[in-house]
Design a protein around this ligand. Sequence first.
Ligand SMILES: [Zn+2]
Length: 271
Amino acid sequence: MRYIEPHGHMVSRTTDDYQAMALAGCAAICEPAFWAGFDRKTADGFYDYFCQLTQHEPKRAAKYGLPHYCWLCINPKESEDMKLADDVLALIPEFLKAKTVLGIGEIGLNKNTRNEMLILEKHVELAVKYDQLILVHTPHLEDKRKGTRLIMDVLKAAGKVKPERVIIDHVEEHTIGEVLDQGFWAGITLYPESKATPVRAVDMLENFASQRVWLNSACDWGHSDPLAVPKAMQEMRRRGHSAAAIDSLVYGNPVGFLSQSPNFKDPQALR
Ligand SMILES: [Zn+2]
């Protein structure tokens, strides 16, 4: 069966992972900009990272027949350094001209600090100015509900943000309802330990059936699984969900959201 990986940090993965994903039915990969596991010290470091995301990683993915797209931003962890964050924000408009950029992300909050909030607002302004989709990272564990509410308030306060053009990722049982109620898309991230397991994700889907949900693995340099989406598909099959329902969740939904960017091409149409 086919699926889209709408949130995978492929710069951290090996070519074996690309191969396994292609074999498992992956049809396209989207890679948000994120924290590298250490704080970058200069905007030049981000310049190189954005070149990697827009120029080099698509070539690596293409060797496995996979279209590769990306999102750009400075992540909340590093945006604590306001000067660095402003310098990185100034780099982004030039990179938005690349044909594989889908929008601004993953932006959001980490520790819900004042500086993080200010840089989040600037990212949202940038997205509005350049008519870009937005991908939001929500904080971990105990800060998640508060952070998710703060982020939704910033998005609404910005005025011109259409909620159907925003995906709020890493939702869990206690945040998915509010996110969907307010008209945003919700991303369920499948992690082996933290975030949601495939079993928890399918429980959530059964409680919150929605056309505005996607599944992703967020596979990165930490303990994560690039095949998490096909494993959730397997769990859905085990519970008796139809092939059409699974396809519409893991393929139709991400294609529906991402096609709001003129740069995203339905992989089916590319064949
Ligand atoms: Zn991520």
